[in-house]
Design a protein around this ligand. Structure first.
Ligand code: FAD
Ligand code: DLZ
Ligand code: SF4
Length: 510
């Protein structure tokens, strides 16, 4: 590379958008884009093999697209012998290589990375400009203003603000259909005769093959299966994945959004979260496409609203919450849960079929859909009192879409109630009856969801009541739990004692 470099522009592995703010105003002749594969990012948790392959392959394809556009890209590979293994080390080395007048970067998704980025200007002695990430509908500062002074934060109200702000599914100042939220129509079990769409998988090209070989060489001890690998890793393929979802899945997405089926990992879900989170797709374009499908009559309102709410509502809300509450949020443990994570979260080796299936899907695909994560894997960890720190590390490791800003609030807030109710007004705790209603897992299980106590009883059943009994000091006053607490109080003493004994026996053997 020749000529005076004006700006070194760093792009991280989850910033793979051509419209990323760090590229605004780029001088293709005199600026250099830096992209770095670094070992610290690949091992801060033991990422699923497919997740590492997805991130690195998408980075390499993105760098190639920039080069094709005439941008000067300095790309450091993981196996570069000079690679220092960290973002800070690689930015320092690149400054020595290029002697730029300034460094430009878009704010990172994770608090951990922001901390060392904030030191760079002093450490390297040149101006470092950290630009806002404009790919979201709202900035965390806007969320903080919205949250300021509120006694309780609820996603639904932030979501309505976002609907008004963006005009998505709005008819003037009113929500289309006269209702903000169609969630009550989105909780059906999967009808037996449902024909599921074939999901689009993408071919492995030479770039991805090199990365898959690298993962075998360096990360063979990491969890999960590497192949078959079918994730999109380019903008073009990401757009094809979006089109496939809108055409083949969105119309049916709403009704059975909460259903689970053995051997069917994807159902009508979008599979777009890894692409939204690494930047190959933008939330605005995804929501506008879904909205257009409603206006053209292709998809019904409950499906489109349900889908848009996940992105415009939940995704924005958890990001705002993350930046509002960090760093303390990561230490939260309102229910003082201390039990270590059982080994079957990694192996799937458990007689509880729902957990076995959900872990199996996770390890095969680096993906599980929301209800599998929340109502099976998360619910069990909640009821069993597993340490939030260990649960959080597991969820961060095993999913291709897992970045701390979105993963942590979902784990600590939504699944484990570790934040004491900041995110959810009550714990998402459920017994075996819920899993039985929403899935076909129980038919193949060693336990029965109908049995409440005894050797055949579904462990979710007695764990549910034991969870409520154990956590009465924290949860007893929660109005939304008044009914189950009344039921618990009405149980004969012997039954309550038996629940406590069976739960203790089960948990001691975990
Ligand atoms: P769909 O079900 O088709 O939903 C569409 C889109 O909505 C998703 O692509 C996603 O971008 C967004 N979305 C849906 N629910 C949420 C939510 N609760 N929070 C934020 N965005 C949401 N999502 C992640 O992106 N990364 C994570 O690390 C992650 N960890 C989770 C951990 C737990 C314990 C739970 C309960 C949920 C987690 N989620 C996470 C949210 C959700 O489960 C995934 O976004 C979803 O399963 C992704 O699959 P999909 O693209 O097929 O989504
Ligand atoms: C997740 C991840 C992995 C596995 N590897 C890299 C990498 O080598 N280089 C990189 O720039 N980003 C990687 N990432 C994504 C980062 O962890 C993510 O960009 C930061 O956590 C900021 O959110
Ligand atoms: Fe899961 Fe209980 Fe059903 Fe078995 S019986 S699959 S443990 S919910």
């Amino acid at each position: 590379m020749s000529g005076q470099v004006v700006a070194l522009r760093l792009i991280l592995g989850d910033q793979l958008s051509h419209s990323i703010s760090s590229l605004n105003g780029i001088d293709a002749e005199r600026d250099v884009v830096l992209m770095v594969e670094v070992s610290t990012e690949t091992i801060y948790v033991p990422h699923h093999k497919q997740k590492i392959a997805f991130i690195l392959s998408a980075m390499r394809h993105f760098a190639a697209e920039l080069t094709e556009k005439g941008v000067r890209v300095d790309y450091v590979r993981l196996d570069d012998p000079e690679n220092t293994g960290s973002f800070s080390g690689e930015v320092e080395r690149a400054i020595k290589r290029h002697r730029p007048g300034q460094v430009i970067v878009t704010e990172p998704g994770e608090y951990r990375v922001r901390q060392f980025m904030d030191d760079w200007q002093d450490a390297f002695g040149i101006p470092v400009f950290i630009r806002e990430d404009a790919r979201f509908f709202s900035h965390p500062s806007e969320f903080a203003r919205w949250a300021d002074g509120k006694k309780q934060l609820r996603m639904e109200f932030f979501y309505r603000e976002m609907r008004r702000k963006t005009g998505l599914l709005m008819d003037g100042t009113e929500p289309i259909g006269g209702q903000w939220n169609f969630d009550s129509e989105n909780r059906k079990a999967l009808p037996k005769a449902t024909v599921l769409p074939d999901r689009l998988r993408f071919d492995v090209d030479d770039t991805t093959r090199d990365v898959l070989d690298l993962v075998v060489e360096r990360f063979d001890h990491h969890p999960g299966e590497l192949e078959p690998f079918g994730w999109p890793v380019t903008r073009r393929d990401a757009l094809a994945a979006l089109e496939h979802f809108i055409q083949d899945c969105l119309p049916s997405f709403g009704d059975v959004q909460d259903a689970m089926k053995q051997g069917e990992s994807f159902l009508f879900h979008a599979l777009l979260s890894p692409l939204l989170n690494n930047g190959l797709l933008l939330p605005d374009e995804v929501c506008r496409k879904a909205e257009a499908a409603y206006h053209s009559g292709h998809a019904p309102l409950n499906a489109v609203e349900g889908f848009i709410r996940q992105i415009l509502g939940w995704r924005e809300y958890v990001r705002g919450l993350y930046w509002l509450k960090m760093p303390d949020y990561a230490k939260s443990n309102a229910l003082n849960a201390q039990r270590p994570l059982p080994g079957f979260y990694w192996t799937g080796d458990t007689p509880m079929n729902c957990l076995k299936q959900c872990v199996g899907d996770t390890m095969s695909n680096a993906y599980a859909h929301h209800i599998q994560r929340l109502m099976v894997l998360g619910n069990f960890a909640l009821l069993a009192g597993i340490s939030p720190r260990e649960v959080k590390e597991w969820f961060l490791a095993v999913y291709a879409d897992a970045f701390e800003w979105v993963e942590l609030p979902n784990v600590h807030g939504m699944a484990l109630y570790a934040d004491g109710g900041v995110m959810a007004s009550k714990p998402y705790a459920a017994s075996g009856a819920y899993i039985d209603r929403m899935s076909d897992y129980c038919a193949d299980c060693a336990f029965s969801p109908k049995e409440k106590l005894g050797a055949k009883a579904c462990p979710f059943n007695y764990l549910y009541w034991d969870f409520l009994a154990r956590n009465r000091p924290v949860l007893g006053g929660n109005q939304r739990l008044a009914m189950p607490y009344r039921t618990l109080a009405a149980m004969p003493f012997d039954k309550r004692q038996q629940i406590a004994e069976e739960a203790k026996d089960f948990l001691d053997r975990l």
